[in-house]
Design a protein around this ligand. Structure first.
Ligand SMILES: [Fe+2]
Length: 213
């Protein structure tokens, strides 16, 4: 058993709606703000600290604070944004996310992820099902995380338009009515799947034997 398991409840559904969406809705409603859409909104909105407190994620390794941002990306299978603040040298034990590919951008400080040091402005893409761990550097780290960047059964069942970059070494577009406003021609990298029946499940490259455990 790993020392720690991530809490991915935000991408499970309650009554057909992703919990991550419900968390945001509830936090904004409880703070009595929104809906937004006609104005610039920042984290310095007088009620936003209250919203952030509501959206703080439990079950994080000691020394890491993780807060969901009150923003939802996409009308289909949603992507969720999180910021983490890690104290120096905090280790996130090896784990994986079965349904989430995750993109991360290092905003300050540093981490070492799978033996690679990433500092401010660096980014990392971790496909779903691929185990990983990381350790914050000597000055800690502030990281932006984008969850649900493709991956998982929901993409086949529901969110057919999601574009997958990187898994399998290429770019894949799932069959289905495309809702993206980005023309497919912009993505010229094969392979493009045309039939879910013939597809090979997307799993990134197998873990290298050289990786540290
Ligand atoms: Fe994770």
């Amino acid at each position: 058993m790993p020392d720690w398991e991530p809490d991915d409840v935000f991408h499970k559904k309650t009554n057909g709606v992703y919990n991550g969406v419900l968390f945001v809705k509830e936090a904004l409603e409880n703070a009595g703000i929104g809906p937004f859409g006609k104005e610039v909104v920042t984290s310095r909105h007088p009620k936003m600290r209250e919203v952030e407190r509501s959206l703080r994620r439990p079950n994080m390794p000691e020394g890491i604070i993780k807060t969901q941002l009150p923003l939802i990306i996409s009308e289909g299978r949603p992507s969720f944004l999180f910021i983490t603040f890690s104290e120096p040298d905090i280790h996130v034990p090896r784990h994986m996310h079965p349904d989430d590919a995750i993109t991360r951008v290092i905003m300050s400080g540093s981490i070492t992820l799978e033996g690679v040091e990433l500092t401010m402005g660096d980014w990392a893409y971790v496909p779903n099902t691929v185990p990983y761990s990381y350790t914050a550097g000597p000055y800690g780290a502030v990281i932006l995380h984008i969850y649900n960047c493709g991956g998982g059964d929901d993409d086949r069942a529901f969110d057919h338009w999601k574009v997958h970059a990187f898994p399998g070494g290429g770019l894949t577009v799932l069959k289905g009515p495309l809702k993206s406003e980005v023309p497919l021609e912009w993505f010229s990298v094969p392979p493009v799947r045309d039939s879910p029946k013939n597809e090979t499940p997307l799993k990134g490259p197998p873990p290298s034997p050289k990786r540290r455990s």
